[in-house]
Design a protein. Structure first.
Length: 196
């Protein structure tokens, strides 16, 4: 069951990300964060993991190391650790897209199981949003991304493959296997629609 900590985290997340919206669509960014948290819960996550799902972009987008410290103070070291593992930068200095994304994919092999669940749910929601937009507006959807179509497709394929190894490995559960299959199917659908 969720407690008042989750309620507080939801409110805190809304305040942190109030001025953000999704690229091009203008959808309030909190919709993505709530969706990731919901997926975490649907795939067996606990309250700490669900809170980390809400806050997974806070360090890189809304305050860097100071945000990480505040998350630790409010919700504990476990939540802050998951959030930091899910970040592809510390929010202060960002390397180029290729460097960050390759490092992120390589890092999947050593992430904690907690962070793998949140990461997979984040990437599943992002991929689902791309697929929906691709079906609605066509390949121009890729124009909103720094990497454009080819690199974005490469990134999601590589993420899906790396996450599959972790989600279906020795500590796999039925839920983690189902999450891996859903992510792989969504990425395959993106590739198929993009080629059409």
């Amino acid at each position: 069951m969720l407690t008042d900590r989750f309620d507080d985290a939801l409110s805190y997340t809304a305040r942190l990300h109030r001025s953000q919206s999704r690229k091009v669509s203008g959808i309030p960014y909190i919709a993505h964060l709530m969706s990731v948290s919901a997926l975490v819960l649907e795939y067996g996550g606990d309250e700490d993991q669900a809170i980390a799902g809400l806050l997974h972009d806070a360090v890189e987008d809304q305050g860097g190391p100071e945000a990480a410290s505040e998350i630790a103070r409010r919700y504990g070291d476990r939540v802050a650790g998951i959030v930091c593992e899910c970040s592809d930068s510390d929010g202060v200095e960002k390397a180029g897209w290729d460097v960050r994304k390759r490092a992120y994919i390589t890092g999947i092999a050593t992430k904690s199981d907690d962070a793998i669940l949140v990461t997979a749910c984040d990437k599943l929601h992002n991929a689902s949003s791309i697929l929906d937009d691709l079906r609605t507006v066509g390949p121009v959807v890729f124009d909103r991304f720094t990497a454009k179509q080819d690199k974005t497709l490469w990134y999601y394929r590589a993420l899906s493959e790396a996450l599959n190894i972790r989600l279906t490995g020795n500590s796999a559960t039925q839920q983690s296997i189902a999450l891996s299959k859903r992510l792989a199917a969504t990425v395959a659908d993106i590739e198929e629609v993009a080629r059409a």
